[in-house]
Ligand binder design. Structure first.
Ligand SMILES: Cc1cc2nc3c(=O)[nH]c(=O)nc-3n(C[C@H](O)[C@H](O)[C@H](O)COP(=O)(O)O)c2cc1C
Length: 135
């Protein structure tokens, strides 16, 4: 009798729409390590840390939460994804992750009312009327 085998964590996965192939179904969760520079560019330490996870065999490497605009930065050392100045190091990171056989995800983030003014120099923005005294 032929049985339908459910895929396991070590099985290949192919994204229907793009055809991207994952060597397995493991995903490194987003983990904030506060290692980026104050302008949001990736540090070499952060690139090394994420590349080591790719060498270790994860199918997907997720970055730490990364703010999509300056007014959305939530904490010191956060990765930024909103300016051309970020591209060089991001390219180094993705090339390095791909070289070691993983795919890369960036976790997009905006701190909203919890984006502290001392970092953003902007009044925090939010869809909520409820005040937040963290800024
Ligand atoms: C040090 C640390 C940093 C984290 N940073 C983020 C983050 O930037 N974004 C996020 O969505 N989750 C973050 N998380 C949550 C993890 O991605 C994950 O969801 C959590 O650890 C639960 O996973 P587990 O059930 O496998 O332990 C962080 C967790 C840890 C321990």
């Amino acid at each position: 009798m032929v049985q339908n085998k459910q895929p396991g964590p070590s099985d290949l996965f192919i994204f229907n729409r793009t055809g991207h192939r994952l060597r397995n179904r493991t995903v490194l969760a987003a983990m904030t390590n506060k290692q980026s520079h104050s302008d949001g560019t990736l540090s070499d330490e952060e690139i090394k840390w994420l590349t080591r996870r790719a060498k270790g065999g994860f199918g997907i490497i997720t970055t730490a939460a990364a703010h999509v605009s300056k007014d959305g930065q939530g904490w010191d050392g956060e990765l930024g994804l909103f300016d051309d100045m970020h591209i060089d190091k991001l390219t180094t990171l993705t090339d390095s992750i791909h070289t070691h056989g993983s795919l890369s995800f960036a976790q997009l983030f905006h701190g909203g009312m919890r984006a502290p003014q001392y970092l953003t120099e902007k009044t925090p923005i939010s869809a909520s009327k409820i005040p937040c005294d963290e800024s």
